[in-house]
Ligand binder design. Structure first.
Ligand SMILES: Cc1cc2nc3c(=O)[nH]c(=O)nc-3n(C[C@H](O)[C@H](O)[C@H](O)COP(=O)(O)OP(=O)(O)OC[C@H]3O[C@@H](n4cnc5c(N)ncnc54)[C@H](O)[C@@H]3O)c2cc1C
Length: 814
């Protein structure tokens, strides 16, 4: 019988896996009515039905751990709330380390967990033996134990969420496939099905493996690709105890879970096999894949060494099912860049069950409030770039993604697959100069330069990696002479037309009604005063602006800009990222070097800090902008792409007498953190305001025409802030900071490090992080005793509200 669908809904949720059902559950909990969920086959029939059921809480970042932790708490009470069994059991979990690097990773994560009070115990081999007597631990150094972790039954949990949603009015239709998402080019308006159309204010796409294609059909990028994912069920395992915790053996790519009288052994092998690359069969439901036992076998052999009792057990089931993976192993959440009110929750990278509760909560709160409830940038679908839905790219990358779940998360680890997607025109020249490239958002970027005659290659560790001294050399050259950075990956936009000023001044917190040739450092804020973007805006003429921001936010920022160009505004925004390369010539001798190549006057009087103009260089006219992200005298050169090589060759040919060196992104990071220049996405996010971030100097609070976020900032200035960004320098030169390390003030954790890097001039690791700031407390709070916890050890640190390097900006204005 054909279902009788409503003709209208407030929201249509596409997909009845654990994610869709959790969103329906949470929306109705917020009081939303007219919530409709459409499932093409049966609830759970995609990936959810075969989830192994692990529900862990500790992730690689603070906010992702928050989501997983909320999920655990929700599942604990779900059966009592809905009357539907969930199979949830709090058995605890153990993660093993067989290498020193892994042990440090686990210890660092255990420290991070303290920031929000999740109990994570660092345990010895002996303690692990007592908790998990079945394991052979001869190669194990130690591990961590999380007593509140557990497991559950994914099908039952999904049905419990669906039941909870239905009890509050949600309508769930099975065997109804969404055939199209309707929209007017700017906003969604509903969905089409074989049984008719539903008009809707919102559509939420949580169609698992199917999401990429459905999104692409309306020009939306949700880059994900299914891979085979394996486990085996062993029966008759001698000594198997239902009270065993979940065991994760990261270094051998496996996990072990008690499963109704059997032992489930799952794999996260280093090289995965993409699945469904030619499309997913139309009738695929509760589907299994034949899989390849030989592919799984190496993991299985290691697993049998870990649990010798498996030798005497029998394999009851060899299972392989599809799950979606993403290019950066982070899922896709939130409102799409391309279409208003189209929300996405897909690409769960094999942690969908343990994430679903948190995802349902944050997506529903996001839809309710119109903004994310916490900083979710790391998983925000707006980071996706259109090229990432290219299938060749995805098929190559996801082979690596699956294994990265269990690989050691080395600092600075670079992807090995799908490389070379986006290259600066200088790529081959930089390679010849010894560049070791890293990948960022598809771009190949020089991170550091190897010594002549060597092949630059990363050797990873948590300590000083093999490029440490090379980076130090580049850093010093920029502080003492001059360095060349290729920053072509900057996102660059033009806004042109007689309303350009009006549109831009409304979204910039700083004043951009300045003379042509002036550069303005500014933030774009949301209505709450949180920082949505951190950029420079150069006025090119009365009616044209150049807007420059980071590579990672190209889609998000361009979308923010175009969404603020309201109908009727007489101006046009263009993304000109590909049209211009950027060379940054930075250091005290940068002026001399460039002056030797141009007839234009680069003197401080003629070309002061904060200005920009066209200059002749080589055979080109390039835009030189006197700004810096490294805290030295310097010029960013914006060069039409086809002139890049010629200009570069001229600069290199002239550079030696001035001490010019090639410098990479690691040196850039070391230089900028000494100057406490903030980095969007880490040090400043949509949760942080300029007043908290110490960026009040870049806000024109009394701007007459007003700006987005002005009211919130005014109110905050009246009220006072409750957190402030500090620059912290470890007193010991030894430990290294990366991110997420807890900050102690006296006996209390008052914050955590947002970004960290070694400062080669200051001579120690430097971190930026917010600390709690009681209302009314003065600047002297920065002089208290601070410590930063690194892998369980607390290290004293000096703190400062002002940059420790060149606080008076004498060098940049020289
Ligand atoms: C072997 C294996 C073990 C796993 N173990 C764990 C684990 O231990 N812990 C954990 O947290 N995660 C685990 N996972 C991952 C977890 O199962 C997934 O992340 C999660 O189930 C994804 O849920 P979903 O709702 O996004 O996708 P799905 O469950 O696939 O749901 C999407 C639904 O959308 C429907 N749909 C698609 N297109 C349409 C359309 N056009 N119209 C209507 N409906 C549509 C599909 O039929 C499907 O039911 C495991 C995965 C595998 C493969």
């Amino acid at each position: 019988m054909a279902p009788s669908l409503p003709r209208r809904a407030r929201v249509v949720i596409v997909g009845g896996g654990v994610i869709g059902c959790s969103i329906a559950y949470h929306l109705t909990k917020l009081g939303w009515n007219e919530v409709v969920l459409l499932e093409r086959k049966q609830l759970t029939s995609g990936t959810t039905w075969h989830a192994a059921g692990l529900i862990g809480q500790l992730r690689q970042s603070i906010n992702m751990t928050r989501l997983a932790r909320y999920t655990s708490e929700l599942y604990r009470g779900l059966e009592a709330e809905t009357g539907q069994a969930t199979g949830y059991r709090q058995c605890g979990s153990i993660s093993l380390a067989s290498t020193a690097g892994r042990m440090e990773e686990l210890e660092r994560n255990a420290s991070m967990a303290k920031v929000f009070g999740l109990q994570v115990d660092v345990v010895s081999r002996k303690e692990i033996g007592a908790l998990y007597p079945l394991a052979n631990l001869e190669d194990v150094i130690g591990g961590i134990h999380i007593p509140s972790d557990g497991y559950g039954n994914a099908v039952d949990i999904t049905h419990a969420l669906a039941k909870g949603a239905r009890s509050r009015g949600a309508q769930i239709f099975q065997d109804v496939k969404v055939t199209a998402i309707s929209n007017d080019g700017r906003r969604v308006s509903g969905v089409e099905t074989a049984h008719g159309r539903i008009e809707a204010d919102y559509v939420v796409l949580c169609a698992g493996l199917w999401s990429r294609e459905l999104a692409a059909s309306i020009g939306v990028s949700v880059p994900l690709q299914a891979c085979e994912h394996y486990y085996v069920l062993f029966q008759n395992v001698p000594g198997l105890d239902p009270n065993l915790p979940v065991l994760r053996d990261y270094d051998h790519c496996s996990y072990f879970k008690y499963d109704a009288g059997k032992l489930l052994v799952g794999a996260f092998e280093p090289h995965a096999r993409p699945w469904g690359t030619q499309g997913i069969p139309e009738d695929f439901a509760f589907g299994e894949i034949a899989g390849d036992f030989a592919h799984f076998e190496p993991v299985l052999l290691d697993a049998m060494r870990r649990i010798p009792a498996l030798e005497q057990a029998g394999i009851q089931k060899f299972f392989c099912g599809p799950e979606s993976f993403t290019p950066d192993v982070r899922y896709h959440l939130g409102e799409s860049s391309e279409l208003e009110r189209l929300f996405v929750a897909a690409g769960l990278n094999s942690i969908g069950l343990q994430s679903a509760g948190g995802i349902g909560k944050v997506i529903s709160e996001w839809m309710q409030a119109g903004h994310p409830p916490i900083d979710l940038w790391e998983v925000d679908v707006r980071r996706a770039l259109p090229f990432q839905r290219n299938r060749k790219y995805l098929e190559a990358r996801v082979q690596e993604s699956l294994g990265l779940l269990y690989a050691t998360h080395w600092p600075y680890r670079q992807y090995e697959t799908a490389r070379g997607a986006r290259k600066s025109t200088l790529h081959d020249r930089l390679a010849a100069a010894g560049a070791c490239f890293g990948e960022a958002f598809g771009w190949e970027r020089a991170n550091w330069y190897g010594a002549p005659g060597t092949t630059p290659r990363y050797e990873y560790s948590y300590g000083r990696q093999n490029w440490f001294e090379r980076c130090a050399r580049e850093h010093r050259a920029v502080r003492e002479a001059v360095g060349l950075f290729d920053q072509s990956s900057f996102a660059k936009f033009r806004l042109e037309g007689i309303d350009a000023l009006r549109v831009l001044n409304r979204i910039c917190a700083n004043e951009v009604d300045v003379d042509p040739g002036r550069i303005v450092y500014t933030q774009w804020l949301n209505e709450r005063g949180g920082i949505e973007a951190d950029l420079t805006v150069t006025r090119l003429s009365e009616s044209a602006y150049l807007i420059v921001s980071g590579a990672e936010t190209e889609s998000k920022d361009f979308n923010w800009l175009t969404r603020h160009v309201h109908a009727g505004a007489r101006c046009v925004a263009t993304n000109v990222t590909s049209g211009m390369g950027v060379l940054s010539i930075m250091g005290p001798r940068s002026r001399e070097l460039l002056q030797s190549l141009t007839p234009d006057d680069l003197s401080n009087a003629a070309f002061p800090f904060g200005t920009s103009r066209l200059i002749e260089l080589g055979y080109a006219l390039v835009r030189a902008s006197r700004i810096t992200y490294v805290g030295e005298l310097g010029f960013e050169l914006y060069i039409p792409t086809e002139f890049m090589q010629g200009v570069y060759d001229e600069i290199i040919a002239a550079g030696a007498p001035f001490g010019l060196v090639h410098a990479g992104y690691h040196a850039l990071n070391s230089l900028r953190i000494e100057k406490a220049y903030r980095h969007w996405g880490h040090d400043i996010t949509d949760e942080d305001t300029p007043l908290e971030a110490g960026l009040g100097f870049a806000v024109k609070l009394d701007k007459a025409a007003g700006f987005v976020g002005q009211e919130a900032l005014r109110a905050q200035r009246e009220r006072g802030v409750t957190k402030r960004l500090l620059q912290l320098k470890l007193e010991s030169p030894e430990p290294l900071l990366y991110h997420n390390e807890p900050i102690w003030r006296g006996r209390e954790i008052v914050g955590f490090i947002r970004s960290g890097m070694y400062g080669h001039t200051l001579g120690a690791a430097i971190g930026l992080g917010y600390v709690a700031w009681p209302l009314g407390a003065g600047d002297e709070l920065a002089e208290e005793r601070y410590e930063i916890e690194v892998a369980g050890v607390r290290w004293p640190a000096q703190a400062s509200l002002r940059p420790m390097y060149d606080p008076k900006n004498l060098r940049i204005k020289a």
